[in-house]
Design a protein around this ligand. Structure first.
Ligand code: HEC
Ligand code: HEC
Ligand code: HEC
Length: 449
């Protein structure tokens, strides 16, 4: 990081409210210019970048107008804020933003009136976008979508606490780099393209990287072992995307990884929880080459926690017990009665329609919050053009007690060769109290135009 440049850029952004964004002009290159991939995906350059950045998932609500804002987001320790109207309406949206102001909002989190944003808007990632992509994105917002006159909702943060916004310039200096992505000559084109997409517009680390004391992502690229190492968010665990052999992507091929991002499924599992928003509204729109690039990059991340772990192998003994109607194992009877019709007695599911549990990294995730949340509350459905139309996971909130859920999840975490820690009834009760059932009928695919 060039500290002086960042300092100057940030001060200029504070003082002049974004008249100079510090953007450098990069040469046109495969890694950082999305124009050709947009064409391959059949979208304009700007619409494609908006899909890569998944603006619609945060700046829309399912029943509202596209990109007119209104989604409630929690800012830790502060309260709730609402996403804003980013349609080109001059009065209530961003119609009056110049390119320079837009660029400052995207890279440094400064609004056109000089107000600092909370990093609930993932600007530390968007900062890595190239100038070509940023200009195309601006063009899309100004010229390709309809203005919607809809005032922003007031934030639910007490005034004295909201003063923290003023400190965000300092926060930026302490926690982020702020420079556009620079290709790394020691890697090939696919890797560099994938690194750009993952770290930049894709902002995968916003969910998958653990956060530090200042709520910053602990790493913004592969130089940090914390980068994409798995993190809790909204009672889901965005599991590890590094090379851990059992709970990460260690056993997935590049093709498996690209298939998951493009369709929401592969032979290891199905997207659920907040990952459904990502597949439905963003990654399924990516070109084949970009899916591959992202997969090549993810597959280059080394293992972090399971460095010398033994690779999972299927073990048939639990299946034999179930088939013999031997329910001596706690949780096995609940599994047999409530789960096995979809996930199979063997735990292998029915690919691609019903997710496998045996060998699935999320079943072996050290953080069990996703498993509990999903079993209590179900999941939204993956709707991907090229994926099969699968059932969604039903919710068992009313059907099963906390103890039964703890037992059945402990059962799947220790069956078929798995060796993951048990889940306590106490933890299930906590997640039950903190969450609501996902509305399964709410098909979460958002229009942008
Ligand atoms: C993870 C959620 C999230 C995503 C994804 C996201 N935003 Fe935001 N955005 C926010 C939030 C929250 C705010 C308001 C922040 C605040 O007030 O502190 C915001 C504010 C903004 C603003 C300031 C608008 C104003 O009111 O003046 C702009 C511009 C913006 N976002 C553009 C984008 C674009 C373009 C994309 C896609 C490339 C995007 N955002 C993706 C959450 C998000
Ligand atoms: C009606 C069929 C059905 C039943 C019954 C069912 N599931 Fe699922 N389950 C699914 C589907 C489909 C998914 C994939 C996620 C989605 O699309 O909602 C899934 C996903 C999962 C996952 C995450 C795996 C992944 O990669 O998506 C776990 C863990 C899980 N189910 C556990 C259970 C448990 C435990 C039970 C019994 C208490 C159960 N399921 C009952 C259909 C079912
Ligand atoms: C809004 C939060 C969020 C964002 C942003 C996000 N993810 Fe996820 N992701 C999750 C959650 C939660 C899970 C666990 C549920 C599942 O397996 O679908 C997950 C799971 C995954 C999995 C499956 C892991 C496994 O072991 O089964 C992959 C691969 C993945 N994400 C890749 C990505 C990539 C690449 C990006 C950036 C383009 C991304 N995610 C952005 C929340 C997110």
């Amino acid at each position: 990081m060039d500290f002086r440049k960042l300092l100057t850029a940030s001060l200029v952004a504070v003082v002049m409210t974004g008249c100079d964004s510090g953007a450098v002009t990069t040469e046109s290159s495969y890694a950082t210019d999305s124009a050709a991939q947009a064409e391959a995906a059949g979208l304009s350059h700007g619409e494609y970048v908006a899909r890569l950045g998944n603006c619609v998932a945060c700046h829309s609500i399912p029943e509202g107008e596209p990109l007119a804002g209104g989604l409630k987001m929690a800012v830790p320790m502060m309260g709730n804020i609402y996403t804003t109207n980013i349609t080109p309406d001059p009065e209530t949206g961003i119609g009056n933003y110049t390119f320079e102001q837009f660029d400052a909002a995207m890279r440094y989190g400064v609004k056109s009136d000089g107000t600092r944003m909370y990093p609930a808007m993932p600007y530390p990632s968007y900062a890595k976008m190239s100038e070509q992509d940023m200009r195309a994105l601006y063009d899309f917002f100004m010229n390709e979508i309809e203005p919607v006159n809809q005032p922003n909702l007031p934030n639910e943060i007490p005034g004295w606490k909201d003063m923290a916004r003023m400190g965000m310039g300092i926060w930026n200096l302490l926690t982020m780099d702020g420079d556009p992505y620079e290709p790394d000559a020691s890697h090939g084109d696919d890797w560099n393209r994938g690194a750009y997409l993952t770290q930049g517009p894709g902002h995968c680390g916003a969910c998958h990287t653990p956060r530090g004391l200042l709520m910053q992502e602990k790493g913004l690229d592969e130089d940090s072992s914390a980068y994409l190492a798995g993190a809790p968010l909204d009672h889901w665990s965005a599991s590890s995307l590094n090379g851990d052999i059992n709970s990460g992507l260690g056993r997935w091929s590049v093709e498996d990884t690209a298939e998951f991002l493009g369709t929401g499924h592969n032979r290891f599992g199905t997207a659920f929880g907040t990952m459904v928003e990502v597949v439905n509204n963003s990654t399924q729109h990516m070109s084949e080459a970009d899916l591959r690039g992202m997969a090549v990059y993810l597959k280059s991340l080394p293992p972090v926690v399971e460095v010398n772990a033994e690779e999972w192998r299927y073990d048939n003994s639990d299946t034999e017990q179930l088939l013999g109607l031997d329910f001596s194992e706690p949780g096995s009877q609940v599994y047999y009665e409530y789960c096995s019709n979809c996930h199979a007695t063997s735990g292998e599911g029915y690919y691609p329609y019903q997710a496998p549990l045996a060998g699935n990294p999320v079943v072996m995730d050290p953080d069990p919050s996703s498993l509990i949340n999903l079993t209590l509350n179900g999941s939204l459905r993956v709707i991907a053009n090229e994926g099969p139309d699968v059932n969604d996971m039903p919710y068992f909130r009313q059907l099963l007690s906390d103890e039964e859920i703890a037992d059945v999840l402990t059962y799947i975490r220790s069956s078929w060769g798995h060796d993951a820690a048990p889940i306590s009834t106490q933890l299930v009760s906590e997640v039950r109290d903190a969450t609501d059932p996902t509305r399964n009928d709410d098909i979460f695919v958002l229009r942008m135009k």
